[in-house]
Design a protein around this ligand. Structure first.
Ligand SMILES: [Zn+2]
Ligand SMILES: [Zn+2]
Length: 352
């Protein structure tokens, strides 16, 4: 079968590899969609400390069960049948550490990831490892939800995790930095689930801003390359500032702007990580103190968030279909990374 394998930074090859054999505690799936995101681009250029090459990458996965290991049902309590439509979690918690026992599986200290320690979804077939089955990380795709939409449940789950921490209230003013797919999903969830009021979308890439604004219809857009973002948000909120700010980008300055534009009792999510070579920002601590700001991190998602994402897609509460704007066969998967990097598509999905 064909698989896209990472060997070293900038050395990712489409190869013919043997079809994997299903072990007694594994489920083998035929991958139908594996979507791409900025993380894939980062891996392509820089690799990742937890990624052991050669490794089939791809972590936003939906497919069809083709084989079930003999011990799967007795060991994990779920019965799977060939033909079942499934979505696979990407961040795999251990289920046993202090954080997992507290129910904070997104920050499991022993977290492993599909596409890092286990072969991922840019392949015709893939094995769902027992570590995923053990934490109930293989999810049935609800009726009426396509494989393409289900593959977007993983990034969607990360956004759900972040917003859950923010205590968003009905009518809150929301500013989202970053008009990529995840910024779009944030806006959809904030409106569909949390019923926010005015929504402002900020980016420095005019083309991407326009494309995403067409899809999710924010109340206001701000091109950060042309306008003083903080000043404009203050203007739009009558000088009060934004109740909720989410930075879905790796640009340091957006975190500083987020703090500067937050309203009293404002809640901020540093959703996007910063470059590891430059991970610091300047923060006026007195602004945080006197304005009583709440600044949250966000690290991936827990299995439960993936289930909830599928549910929101199924009920239509948070649509994702129209955010998938580009479909590419596995043979051209490397092109998908270029498209993601260029910002010329919202979500790119690979169809093996
Ligand atoms: Zn991703
Ligand atoms: Zn754990």
């Amino acid at each position: 079968m064909k698989a896209l394998r990472f060997y070293a930074p900038e050395d990712v090859r489409l190869e013919d590899v043997p079809e994997p054999e299903c072990g007694p505690r594994e489920v083998k799936i035929k991958v139908r969609n594996c979507s791409t995101c900025g993380t894939d681009v980062k891996i392509f250029h820089n690799g990742h400390q937890n990624l052991s090459p050669p490794r089939t990458i791809g972590h936003e996965i939906a497919g069809e069960v083709v084989e079930v290991g003999a011990e799967v049902e007795s060991a994990f309590g779920t019965s799977w049948t060939p033909g079942d439509r499934v979505q696979v979690i990407a961040a795999v918690p251990c289920g046993e550490c202090h954080e997992c026992r507290k129910g904070w599986m997104a920050v499991c200290e022993n977290q492993t990831s599909v596409g890092y320690q286990y072969d991922g979804g840019f392949a015709e077939y893939m094995l769902v490892p027992e570590q995923v089955l053990k934490v109930d990380g293989l999810n049935r795709i609800p009726e009426g939800v396509g494989f393409d939409e289900a593959s977007a449940a993983e990034p969607f789950a990360c956004a759900i995790n972040a917003q859950e921490l923010l205590g968003i209230e009905e009518g809150d003013t929301l500013v989202v930095f970053g008009a990529g797919p995840i910024g779009c999903m944030h806006i959809r969830i904030a409106r569909g689930v949390h019923k926010v009021g005015k929504v402002v979308l900020v980016d420095v890439n005019a083309e991407r801003l326009q494309m995403s604004a067409d899809a999710v219809q924010p109340d206001e857009v701000i091109n950060g390359a042309e306008v003083d973002v903080v000043e404009r948000v203050m203007e739009l909120t009558g000088g009060r500032g934004a109740d909720v700010v989410i930075t879905a980008t790796a640009a340091n300055v957006t975190q500083e702007q987020a703090i500067a534009m937050a309203a009293r009792n404002g809640r901020i999510s540093f959703f996007g990580g910063l470059p590891k070579t430059n991970p610091t920002i300047t923060c006026d601590s007195n602004v945080v103190h006197y304005r009583q700001l709440h600044i949250h991190g966000a690290n991936g998602s827990a299995p439960e968030h993936n289930k909830r994402a599928l549910e929101y897609i199924a009920t239509g509460q948070v649509p994702v279909k129209d955010l998938i704007t580009e479909r590419i066969p596995l043979e051209r998967a490397l092109e998908a990374f270029d498209i993601v990097k260029s910002g010329k598509a919202i979500k790119v999905t690979v169809e093996p």
